[in-house]
Design a protein. Structure first.
Length: 153
C-alpha cells in the first residue's frame, strides 16, 4: 500500500451566477454527485463547507468554482470521473462553464493523511500551467507514479 494519496484540483468558470436559472441543473446535481464521489472506491476526502460543497469558496475569482479532493490513486479518481454517473454531468459542462484557455485541472501526490488546502492546490495549478506536467503537478494525460522513496515495499 502506498504511503501517498492523489490530490486533485479542478476549477471551472461559470457562464452565469450560481443562483441563475441557467445553473439550476448543475446545482440540482451537486449533492448526488458529491455523494457518488464519497461512495466511490478509493475516495479519501473532499473540500467542503457547512453546506456540504465548496461552491461558496471562490479563491480564483467570483465566477470560478473549485473542486479539491484526495483519492487513493489515479485509477480510483479516473474511474469516478470517467466511468461513473459523473460522466453525465461532465458531458454537460459546456452548458454551465466557459472553456478555459489554460490548465484548469491538476493532480499531485500528497503523503497519506495530508489534506491539502486551497493555497497548496493553487500553487500546484500554477506549476502545471507554467511547466506542464511534472512529478510535482500533472494531468491524467501525463501521469506520474507516486514517489518510490515513500512507497511501501
Amino acid at each position: 500500500m502506498s504511503r501517498y494519496h492523489l490530490a486533485q484540483l479542478n476549477i471551472a468558470s461559470m457562464k452565469e451566477p450560481l443562483e441563475s436559472p441557467g445553473m439550476a441543473d448543475f446545482v440540482a446535481n451537486l449533492e448526488r454527485i458529491n455523494a457518488l464521489a464519497e461512495a466511490s472506491p478509493g475516495y479519501v476526502w473532499r473540500l467542503q463547507d457547512e453546506a456540504g460543497d465548496a461552491t461558496a469558496m471562490r479563491p480564483f475569482g467570483e465566477e470560478v468554482l473549485v473542486n479539491l479532493s484526495v483519492w487513493q490513486d489515479v485509477e480510483s479518481l479516473g474511474d469516478f470521473v470517467y466511468k461513473s454517473a459523473h460522466t453525465e454531468i461532465l458531458k454537460r459542462r459546456h452548458e454551465w462553464f466557459s472553456r478555459m484557455g489554460e490548465a484548469h485541472m491538476v493532480l499531485w501526490w500528497v503523503p497519506a493523511g495530508h489534506l491539502p488546502d486551497i493555497h497548496e492546490a493553487a500553487e500546484r495549478l500554477r506549476l502545471v500551467r507554467e511547466r506542464g506536467s511534472t512529478a510535482e503537478a500533472f494531468s491524467f494525460r501525463e501521469r506520474f507514479a507516486a514517489p518510490a522513496s515513500l512507497s511501501a515495499s
